[in-house]
Structure formats: structure tokens, C-alpha cells
Design a protein around this ligand. Structure first.
Ligand code: ADP
Ligand code: MG
Length: 140
């Protein structure tokens, strides 16, 4: 059984704080999907979670690769599958370097890689709600 918790935030800071709360529950090996249109705050959410997990590196969307790894007390993988289009045309196991048992992983645009992503610990869905407001649903 999984619960859906619905939240509203009114600033990037609030979104980061919400993410930090989720991060407290995450353990190595956990995969978190972060879905939502462009500019809803997926990367902002991941940044808040990473800070709470002890990552000090800058957290930005990977641009020239599908993902990056951040060092920290727990290593963190950050994937953005937007540019991947469809994994069908990619080599199998493309995500294996990122979805490792020792790390917590966040996946932006997870729809694209759904077939390659195993069990998930949480799914976050972010929607625009006017101005700086965002509706954030967390299934965990
Ligand atoms: P995505 O990764 O979904 O494309 P980003 O996190 O990169 O989105 O960007 C979100 C943008 O929206 C940032 O410029 C951020 O400052 C702004 N923003 C405004 N209000 C919020 C909010 N409540 N939560 C998250 N981001 C917000
Ligand atoms: Mg992003």
C-alpha cells in the first residue's frame, strides 16, 4: 500500500524544504521519480533533497549526459531523461551506472525510461498552480 500526500508550495525554498522531508526517509538503493512539465521545479526538488542528504556540489539538471553522480555521505545519482527520447534506441543497461544499490537516485522525466527503472521508493508529481505556486503529490 502506498499513500499519496498532496502539498502546495509557494516558493522554490518551500519546495526544497518539502524535498528535504522526503530525503529523511530515503536509504541507499532507493529510486525517486520526479515528474512534471518543464519549469515546475523538478530540479529544485532534487536540489533540496540532495542538500538534506549532505551533497554540497551544485545540483543542476545534467545537460550533456543523462545523469550525474554527487559525492556525499550517501552517493546520489541525478538523472534527467528528457533528451533521451525513447530508450528503445539506446543500449540496454544505460541507467545501470546510476541506479546502484549504494546510492539514492532521482530521475527527472522518468516516463522516458520507465521500462529500465526497477522498483521505486517514491514518485513525486509537480504541477504549476499559478505564479510561484506548485501542487506537489508524493507517493511513498
Ligand atoms: P524543472 O527541473 O522542472 O524544469 P527547475 O527546478 O529547473 O524546473 O526550475 C523551476 C523554476 O521555477 C525555477 O526558476 C524556480 O525558481 C521557479 N519556481 C517558482 N516557484 C517555485 C516553487 N514553488 N517550487 C519550485 N520552483 C519554483
Ligand atoms: Mg530539471
Amino acid at each position: 500500500m502506498s499513500d499519496t500526500a498532496r502539498h502546495q508550495t509557494g516558493s522554490p525554498d518551500q519546495t526544497e524544504r518539502l524535498a528535504a522531508q522526503l530525503a529523511e526517509r530515503l536509504r541507499p538503493g532507493d529510486v525517486v521519480l520526479v515528474a512534471g512539465e518543464l519549469g515546475t521545479g523538478k530540479t529544485t526538488f532534487v536540489r533540496g533533497a540532495c542538500r538534506a542528504l549532505g551533497v554540497t556540489d551544485p545540483v543542476t539538471s545534467p545537460t550533456f549526459t543523462i545523469g550525474q553522480r554527487y559525492a556525499g555521505p550517501v552517493p546520489v545519482s541525478h538523472l534527467d531523461l528528457y533528451r533521451l527520447g525513447s530508450l528503445e534506441h539506446e543500449e540496454p543497461g544505460l541507467l545501470d551506472d546510476y541506479l546502484t544499490p549504494d546510492s539514492v537516485a532521482f530521475v527527472e522525466w522518468p516516463e522516458v525510461g520507465a521500462a529500465e527503472i526497477g522498483p521505486v521508493a517514491a514518485t513525486v508529481r509537480i504541477e504549476h498552480a499559478g505564479g510561484d505556486r506548485r501542487e506537489i503529490a508524493i507517493d511513498a
